[in-house]
Every structure is written in structure tokens, then in C-alpha cells.
Design a protein around this ligand. Structure first.
Ligand code: HEM
Length: 428
């Protein structure tokens, strides 16, 4: 993206749900940062303020008291008719009530959830997954040899999906269901889909609930050393202060497991895909990675910054307050636009350039900051680094075919490439 592109961009053309805008929103964000750092966008029912500067986004997410995370994940207004259809569906299929945990919970409830889930998602549990992630990545890397492949389907979707399925002990014969549940759990996030599709997706989420409810129940009498058993047995001890010591309810556990799919799969898929696009466009970086595999971590980090798949997350002002130089009234919805913050020229030199050797590489906030800082950041990094090691260790080059028009999702919350055709080659 050039500065001329930013100059010629007209903010009147910006639409939160406009697929053409989401195809490449960065020139808009750059213009917002310089001209209207709190940009009022139309959300259909109300206006929402997009917060675009790095410092403002950091201040906003660190102030969890003035800005609540309690919002509907779909991110767009829903009709009363749809709410009634959903209620009827939950009644008919005996779905577990939706509860706000972690991502969409505020303190003090958030603290209780996070402490309990931290006990299940320990570094030991994550490190324990490393050999399995290596095995999955190695098999997938073998599979992309030869002719052109759609990298999304062949590698970027199955790696995080299979990794989390293994972590939750989903057997191989249920992996296809698990993929469908994961897809349906995120189907409507930050994007405008039909009511019928929303109901269909929710029906699949209820199926997912029944499967995991059964698995959790089974572990009550027959515990194993996995995340499900850890969730079931997680208690807060007295040293954790006055947070109550109740175990998680079934609805809470199901909501948490669902969040692992929603927050973990697509995001990692999108970064993996963008990383390969960037490396295919920068063959010198691929060669450097081959020469020195320890560069995988910094390559992954720079690709995370540039792709920032969780483009933006909602917050709601709980009181009259300020963001940067501007007043914000109680009840105002704002979007912390991480994707914009991560290309703020005040923080990153030449921000649109892929430069794994840049100074201040880790100043990006693609995993958020503060109390909602990504629970799966270490898992995502482990998957990305392992994938890069396996692929660059095997193939002398990766290149884009001519069949790429680089289609990005039309979601302002979860953005990434839908398709990427590449060829991996081994030197003769
Ligand atoms: C590169 C991949 C990923 C990116 C870019 C990413 C990004 C984010 C961001 C920006 C947040 C903060 C949201 C907010 O402030 O409102 C977040 C939270 C979260 N992420 Fe990730 N994530 C990734 C991978 C994962 C993985 C692999 C998992 C788990 C398997 C995961 C689970 C979560 C959960 C549960 C939260 C909510 C934490 C809380 O509210 O306390 N994420 N993630």
C-alpha cells in the first residue's frame, strides 16, 4: 500500500460490512489514523467508533473498567424474529444456555473464568502438545509436495483444527464433525449472513454442545490427563482471593470449549496462510529461513503483525470517558482496531513492509493486551513456528501460481485469505 493510495482513499466510502472495503481496509485505516483517529462507522442500528491509533487501542483495552467486553459475538444487530427462532431451536434441541465467559465477560467474573481456565491451559499442557503438533505439521508438509495446492485447505485449516481436536481428545472418526462445528461456530462473526444460515449454524453448535457434555460427564467417573478433565476439576484455592470456589458449570465449560474453537482455529489458519503468501512474495526471506531455521519465530511474529486476523474487537463504554483527545459518552460502542494499530507509523517504521528484522517487532498487539490477552498465544506461536520449520526444512522454494486473486473474508472481526494457491518445490 503506497502513500498515494492512502491519499486517494475517501473515508466516505468506508463500510464496516462492505466486502470491497474488507478486501483491503488498510488505506482507510491509515487515513483514519491521520485524519479521524476515532472514526464513526455505521453499524446498521447505531454508530460505532473505530479506534485506530496504537496508543489509543492499547489504552482502551487496558482500561477494562471503563470499557466492557460484554457484547454479542456476532457483532451485528439481530432481529427479534431471529432471537425467537433461536430460542425455539434451543428448546427443541435441548441446547445449553449461552453464557458469557472469558472473551465476552467482565471483571470480576472474567477473573474467575480466566483463573480456572489458566489451570486447564497450563504451559505444561501446551508443551505436552508439541510432539503431536510436530507430527501433524510434518504429515501435512509431506502432503503439499508437487503440483499446485490450495494452502488454506491443504495445511492452514487442518493444522490448528487437528491440534485443538487432539488437545480435546476428539477421536479421528469425529474430526469431520469437529471441523463442521468449528466452521459453524464462527460462521456469523462480524459478517452479514442470512437468518436461515445463522439458525443452521446454531443447530450445529448445539450438536457440538451435546458431544462435549457427554465427554465431560464421562470424565467425572473416568478422569484423564487432558484439558477437559482439567476444566472439570479446576477450582480456585484460597490464595486466589475472594473469587468463590465453585467449579465451572456445564454451560460455562461448553462456552469455554467453544471459545477455544472460535478464537483459536480461524485466527491461526489465517496467519499461517498470510505467512506463506508473504514468504512466496519474498523468496530471499524463504532462503534465509532455510539457512537459519531459528528465524522461524521472528518471521512468524512479523506475519502475525501484518495479518492481524482478529482485526477488531468490540468494547462498550461503561461511563463517560475519553479516548486520546476525544470524549466518549457512556453506552458508546467502540471497536479496538488491532489491525490498524499494528500498522501505525508512529510505532512501526515503514509499517506495510514485511521485515522480520524490524526493530520493535513485538510491539504489535495482534493478541490483544490486558485482562483479555489471548489465552492461546503460545499455542498459536508453537503451531506457526513448527509449520515454518517443517515446510522450509523440506522445500527449497515456495511460489504463487497465476490462479490467485487473493480473496479476503468480508468480516471486520476475523479477516484472512480464503484461498491461496502455491507450489512448493525441492531443488533437484
Ligand atoms: C495467531 C492466532 C491468534 C490470534 C491473532 C489471536 C488473537 C486474540 C486477541 C486479539 C484476543 C483478545 C480479544 C479482546 O481483547 O477482546 C484473543 C483472546 C483470546 N484468544 Fe486468541 N488468538 C489466536 C490464537 C488463539 C488460540 C490458538 C486459542 C486457543 C486455542 C485462542 C484463544 C483465545 C481466548 C480463549 C481468548 C479470550 C481470552 C480472555 O478473554 O481472557 N486464541 N485472541
Amino acid at each position: 500500500m503506497s502513500s498515494t493510495e492512502t491519499e486517494s482513499t475517501n473515508l466516505d466510502d468506508f463500510g464496516l460490512f462492505d466486502p470491497a472495503v474488507q478486501q483491503c481496509p488498510h488505506a482507510y485505516y491509515a487515513k483514519m489514523r491521520s485524519e479521524q483517529p476515532l472514526f464513526p462507522a455505521d453499524r446498521g442500528d447505531t454508530e460505532v467508533l473505530i479506534v485506530t491509533r496504537h496508543q489509543d487501542v492499547v489504552d482502551l483495552v487496558l482500561d477494562a473498567k471503563s470499557f466492557s467486553s460484554h457484547f454479542d459475538l456476532s457483532g451485528i444487530p439481530v432481529s427479534k424474529e431471529l432471537i425467537d427462532r433461536m430460542r425455539a431451536l434451543y428448546k427443541e434441541k435441548k441446547g445449553y444456555p449461552r453464557v458469557h465467559t472469558m472473551l465476552t465477560a467482565d471483571q470480576p467474573e472474567h477473573t474467575r473464568y480466566r483463573k480456572l481456565v489458566n489451570k486447564a491451559f497450563t504451559p505444561r499442557a501446551i508443551n505436552g502438545l508439541a510432539p503431536e503438533i510436530r507430527r501433524i505439521a510434518s504429515n501435512l508438509a509431506d502432503g503439499v509436495e508437487g503440483g499446485p495446492v490450495n494452502f488454506v485447505e491443504a495445511f492452514a485449516v487442518p493444522l490448528p483444527m487437528t491440534a485443538i481436536a487432539r488437545a480435546l481428545n476428539v477421536p479421528d472418526d469425529r474430526l469431520i464433525d469437529f471441523k463442521r462445528w468449528s466452521d459453524d461456530a464462527i460462521a456469523g462473526i462480524g459478517t452479514d449472513i442470512s437468518d436461515d444460515r445463522r439458525v443452521e449454524a446454531e443447530s450445529s453448535v448445539i450438536e457440538f454442545q451435546h458431544y462435549f457434555a457427554e465427554q465431560l460427564e464421562a470424565r467425572r467417573s473416568d478422569p484423564s490427563d487432558d484439558i477437559l478433565s482439567n476444566l472439570l476439576n479446576a477450582r480456585i484455592d484460597k490464595s486466589d482471593g475472594d473469587l468463590g470456589d465453585e467449579a465451572l458449570t456445564m454451560s460455562e465449560m461448553l462456552s469455554i470449549i467453544q471459545q477455544l474453537l472460535v478464537a483459536g482455529n480461524e485466527t491461526t489458519t489465517k496467519v499461517l496462510t498470510e505467512t506463506i503468501r508473504l514468504l512466496a512474495e519474498h523468496p530471499d526471506q524463504w532462503q534465509q529461513l532455510r539457512d537459519d531455521p531459528s528465524r522461524a519465530r521472528q518471521v512468524a511474529e512479523e506475519a502475525i503483525r501484518l495479518s492481524t486476523p482478529t482485526q477488531g474487537m468490540y468494547r462498550v463504554a461503561t461511563a463517560d470517558t475519553r479516548i486520546g483527545d476525544f470524549d466518549v459518552t457512556k453506552g458508546t460502542s467502540v471497536i479496538a482496531m488491532f489491525a490498524s494499530a499494528n500498522r501505525d507509523e508512529q510505532v512501526f517504521n515503514d509499517p506495510n513492509t514485511f521485515n522480520p528484522d524490524r526493530e520493535g517487532l513485538t510491539n504489535h498487539i495482534a493478541f490483544g493486551k490486558g485482562i483479555h490477552y489471548c489465552l492461546g498465544a503460545n499455542l498459536a506461536r508453537l503451531e506457526l513456528v513448527t509449520a515454518l520449520e517443517e515446510l522450509s526444512g523440506r522445500y527449497s522454494s515456495v511460489s504463487l501460481t497465476e490462479n490467485n486473486n487473493f480473496p479476503y473474508d468480508a468480516s471486520f472481526m476475523l479477516r484472512g485469505l480464503q484461498h491461496l494457491e502455491v507450489v512448493f518445490e525441492t531443488a533437484p
